[in-house]
Design a protein around this ligand. Sequence first.
Ligand code: NDP
Length: 491
Amino acid sequence: MTRKAGAELTVADGTAWEYAPAPESRDVVRIDAEYGLFLDGEFRPAADGTTFATINPATEEPLARVAEAGAADVEAAVKAARRAYKQVWRRMPGSERAKYLYRIARLLQERSREFAVLESLDNGKPIRESRDVDIPLAAAHFFYYAGWADKLEYAGFGPDPRPLGVAGQVIPWNFPLLMAAWKLAPALAAGNTCVLKPAETTPLTALLLAEVCQQAGLPPGVVNVLTGGGDTGAALVRQPGVDKIAFTGSTEVGKQIASVAAGTPVKLTLELGGKAANIVFDDAPVEQAIEGIVSGIFFNQGHVCCAGSRLLVQESVAEIVLDRLRRRLATLRLGDPLDKNTDIGAINSRPQLDKITELAAAGVAEGAERWSPPCQLPDRGYWFPPTVFTGVSQSHRIAREEIFGPVLSVLTFRTPEEAVAKANNTPYGLSAGVWTEKGSRILWLSQRLRAGVVWANTYNRFDPASPFGGYQESGYGREGGRHGLAAYLDV
Ligand code: NDP
């Protein structure tokens, strides 16, 4: 099979499909040359005037300059959030808070094309994913938690559950708007005010969400967005006056934050990395499982904390599963994230591409066999082809470390007990997948897998009503559902 420019695809058996370019228009979104911090209801430059560039990872073209919040801005934002908490938000009846959340949800829906294009430009993910997954799910989170805002006393946390106060929230770059929604919606519904720190490489949709908060008439200070890098995040989690820290990101930074919060009254939730097992039994519907394996690891270029990055396949069907998987991967289209036919977009940043490249090289050096479909990478931007490693052993780095890229490590097993032992042989514990037609086996496994989420005959399914979170080095606390409210209430 060969792949040519213009997304033309030719298959060895002579069948050919041609995909005309189908790019989404960039014109639906206005990108300013410079963006300020969103602090106390208005956009303003950083106190010391510092800015940084955010770029399009598919082209390396600069998109905008963005204010970098320093210590003075962090202090001002936390003070603004405290004022808004005391004077407005915690006094407001839940039914009134709900109206703001519903308004934000509706505005996200109305402006969804704008958000989708901006997300794909800033992050590199395919427009099909930002349009069909990230943005609708972000709106769904606001709708869902709007519904809880006036029912907190019926949520099972006692007759009068209280908010915590000011929440400092630090989020990563893999689902920029969606992670902002996961953090803000439950916090606001429960009556807290927020200071949100988006990732340095993907600040733009959080700033557009700030504009939506203004548009929804949200009182000043209830939501503040501080753009910046790791130093801004570190200053926020150390800032006196923060009552709750919510963090999603790497286990390494999560551990640093846990040590900052240790011994203080600050409440902490951590959603960290993962190295999930996606387990395929010999009685699984193969075609369905192939789609689940593909979406498990190649969705969002594998930049997913719960990605099914370890495929455990029963030895008796390994050959047929791998054969079909290779054929399926050869049909994936890699390229322009704004093209509606694209399956695999750009890697989010140069450092992330370097990390994926380094771990893939370690896989080869340790003796695993590497395979990718023939596929031409664009000349500019950050790209990595879909990659499968076979002959992987449990001690290999590619079987143990989070790669956070489009790289699948394949291991085999013979018995269900061996599958459980191998799946649980990880310091993480965020998610797992099981493919089998036996309901009893699904139940047996899900009781034994040490993972916060176990998907059965599906993968990477998300719903605002469903709790999500990990064990061990994948962190603690739950986001989503009724459990997600508990993280923002004094219970
Ligand atoms: P980080 O954990 O560094 O980033 C997550 C967020 O924390 C970002 O907003 C980051 O800011 C901020 N941050 C960085 N340092 C600190 C600090 N000391 N105190 C407070 N906040 C901080 O992840 P990276 O982006 O560096 O990615 C590294 C690896 O982490 C990836 O390769 C991947 O394996 C894993 N990862 C896991 C994620 C998950 O959802 N489980 C998400 C993202 C990454 P900034 O980005 O601006 O530096």
